[in-house]
Design a protein around this ligand. Structure first.
Ligand SMILES: [Zn+2]
Length: 132
C-alpha cells in the first residue's frame, strides 16, 4: 500500500464511498475499477479500507442442496443421481430416452424407420430359417 504524504482532499472521500457502493453492487474489482477509471488494486484498497472484504464470494455448491428426482420430485439419496431409486432403473432410463426421441419428430421418424427395417430383417431371417 502506498503511503501518501499529501492529505486526502475532501471530495476524495465521496469518490471512495461511490467506489465502495458500486463494488458492493458489482462484487467485482475489475468492473468497478473500469467504471471509475482506476486499477482493480486501487479499488481493493478503497474497499478494504472501508472495512469490506474483497474476497470472492463463493457460490454455494449445488451438491449441498437436497437432490430431488427429476421425474417425481422425491428426495434422491445419492449425491450423484438425478432420479430416485424407482426412476433410476435401466427400464426408466430407456423410457426417458424414448420420450425424448418421441418429442423430436425427426428423431422419432428415424427411430420408426430403424424399427421397421429391423422388424423386416427379423421376419426375413425367420422365413429363411423356416424354408430350410
Ligand atoms: Zn422418482
Amino acid at each position: 500500500m502506498t503511503n501518501r504524504s499529501s492529505p486526502v482532499p475532501p471530495n476524495r472521500k465521496a469518490d471512495g464511498d461511490q467506489v465502495v457502493q458500486r463494488y458492493q453492487e458489482l462484487r467485482n474489482l475489475q468492473c468497478t475499477g473500469d467504471e471509475f477509471g482506476m486499477s482493480r488494486e486501487r479499488v481493493r484498497q478503497i474497499v478494504n479500507r472501508a472495512g469490506i472484504s474483497s474476497a470472492r464470494v463463493l457460490k454455494p455448491k449445488p451438491e449441498k442442496l437436497e437432490r430431488l428426482c427429476k421425474q417425481c420430485g422425491a428426495p434422491v439419496n445419492s449425491g450423484y443421481a438425478l432420479y430416485c431409486e424407482t426412476h433410476r432403473t435401466p427400464q426408466q432410463k430407456y423410457w426417458r430416452q424414448f420420450q425424448r426421441v418421441k418429442a423430436d419428430p425427426e428423431r422419432y421418424a428415424h427411430w420408426l424407420e430403424i424399427r421397421r427395417v429391423s422388424a423386416k430383417r427379423c421376419r426375413e431371417r425367420k422365413q429363411e430359417r423356416g424354408s430350410r
